[in-house]
Design a binder for this molecule. Structure first.
Ligand code: ZN
Length: 175
């Protein structure tokens, strides 16, 4: 299991690591909503000039499915943690843009998920599958801005990053 490997790595890490106290407030007063894609790990942060302690990063599959939980996290970043700006950062070549709902449902059934559970579920919507990475960023920006829990004075920008060359394109600049 990976667990053993992780614990071993942690043992080595702790030996080398210089303990350090840090504030839980995002130093750049920034909240980022992005995808859980593995290729963004350790890549998005330097590409945005963000270091440990700088920003709240909220991740989910496809940075889509802006549900109560995403709004809750963005709201917490704003009201409890002092975030003053929000950036939705999508990326090209997103796995959630190529989800086949039928295959996904079949895979779930094959792993023992009850037919009854899946019966009335729009699986594409439920899993947060997207049709276009750019369009998704625009939708998510709109959803966050449109939420009654998010104040009007917090800019919500929409960006998209290229995983190959690291270039970020601005899709929505919220002034
Ligand atoms: Zn993705």
């Amino acid at each position: 299991m990976m667990l053993d490997e992780v614990l071993k790595a942690n043992e080595n890490f702790v030996k080398e690591y210089e303990p350090k106290k840090m504030s839980h407030m995002p130093q750049k007063k920034l909240a980022i909503v992005t995808c859980m894609d593995t290729r963004l790990t350790g890549f998005l942060e330097p590409a945005m000039g963000i270091e440990r302690g700088d920003a709240k990063i909220i991740k989910n599959a496809g940075n889509a499915a802006v549900d109560r939980d995403v709004i809750r996290s963005v709201a917490a970043a704003i009201y409890a943690l002092g975030a003053e700006e929000v950036m939705v950062v999508g990326h090209y070549d997103c796995g959630m843009a190529n989800v086949d709902p039928e295959r996904l449902t079949d895979a779930m059934k094959a792993r023992g998920i009850d037919e009854e559970t899946l019966k009335d579920v729009d699986i594409k919507e439920w899993v947060g599958a997207i049709d276009s990475e750019e369009e998704n960023v625009l939708n998510v920006v709109e959803k966050i801005k449109g939420s009654p829990f998010i104040p009007d004075d917090v800019p919500v920008h929409g960006l998209i990053i290229d995983l190959y060359d690291g270039k970020i394109k601005v899709l929505v600049e919220d002034k």
